[in-house]
Write a protein that binds this ligand. Structure first.
Ligand code: SAM
Length: 282
């Protein structure tokens, strides 16, 4: 019989989770740890949360830390989430980048989906770019000139993303039928993403708490619906890290309902067509 979470056990897990993923679980949200880890508690055969914690710390089960991350992270995502980032890409950003690629002022465009979950955000971007070029019969610019990196702390969501295979429920969430017909094929109950879109995105395991230096510089960063889970100190650090890893004219997208003061010293907020994007300050 699984036990309930004591105050001491809550403190142990709160510290562990903050340390591993940066996620800050408030003191009045102990139930989150209890509900999200209760299945792991049962599956592991441990009799208390303290025993589960000790198992994690003993390194006896190499996968247990991954399972805690999977249980604690919120992986909610959908296709073209909020819609406005892709409208802004089409109306404002892509025309400029395409001109710069044409004139030789720029060799490629680097895009980072910094908490990609199961891939919808990065693949929506790849679809948007390919569709933009196809609909305008642009053939002198190749989709491969847009390099898309997608990262997440959860290896499980990355595995799903890399497969590019989605069930009908995931597909129904935000994907226009035009794109579904054009870029997916149906295999039984599964919608399989076309190779050209799948190969346009590289998925890597990455913890946002780590140094960004080896990732190189980006022109566009999507960091959506993840900062909300972090403590203020980590958010402050990330504001500076994003600033340092984005090109001087680079832009960032946050979730539509997000407002993070940590970005203010580094990025200027620009409103466009009911949406918002952030331009790096010089
Ligand atoms: C709610 S999803 C957002 C997905 C996508 N950006 C969107 O807006 O639809 C948040 C993702 O952040 C990831 N995440 C949480 N903490 C992280 C960390 N420290 N480093 C990298 N990714 C993290 C989670 O695994 C999860 O997949």
């Amino acid at each position: 019989m699984a036990s309930s979470l004591s105050e001491i056990e809550f403190r142990l897990f709160k510290t562990y989770i903050k340390d591993k993923c940066g996620i800050d679980i408030q003191d009045d949200k102990a139930y989150l740890i209890e509900t999200r880890l209760s299945k792991l508690l049962v599956d592991s055969g441990m009799e208390s949360f303290e025993a589960l914690y000790n198992l994690i710390m003993s390194n006896r089960d190499p996968y247990i830390a991954e399972k805690v991350i999977d249980a604690i992270t919120t992986n909610e995502t959908l296709w073209f989430r909020d819609q406005t980032p892709w409208k802004i890409l089409e109306d404002v950003i892509l025309p400029r980048y395409i001109e710069e690629l044409r004139s030789g002022q720029r060799r490629k465009v680097r895009i980072w989906s910094a908490a990609s979950s199961t891939g919808q955000e990065a693949y929506s971007t790849a679809i948007c770019i390919r569709n933009y070029l196809e609909e305008r019969s642009i053939t002198d610019i190749r989709p491969e000139q847009f390099e898309i990196l997608a990262t997440d702390i959860s290896k499980t969501v990355l595995e799903i993303a890399r497969r590019g295979r989605y069930d009908a429920i995931s597909i129904a969430r935000g994907l226009d039928s035009k794109y579904k017909e054009r870029y997916f094929r149906k295999e039984g109950m599964v919608w399989v993403l076309e190779d050209a879109i799948k190969n346009a995105v590289r998925f890597e395991h990455f913890n946002l708490q780590n140094s960004f230096v080896f990732l190189g510089k980006f022109d566009i960063i999507f960091c959506r619906y993840v900062l909300i889970y972090f403590a203020d100190t980590l958010k402050q650090e990330l504001g500076k890290k994003f600033y340092d890893s984005i090109e001087s004219d680079g832009i960032m997208f946050l979730g539509a309902s997000e407002l993070h003061h940590c970005l203010e010293p580094y990025f200027e907020r620009v409103h466009y067509a009911n949406g918002t994007y952030y331009v790096r300050r010089r």
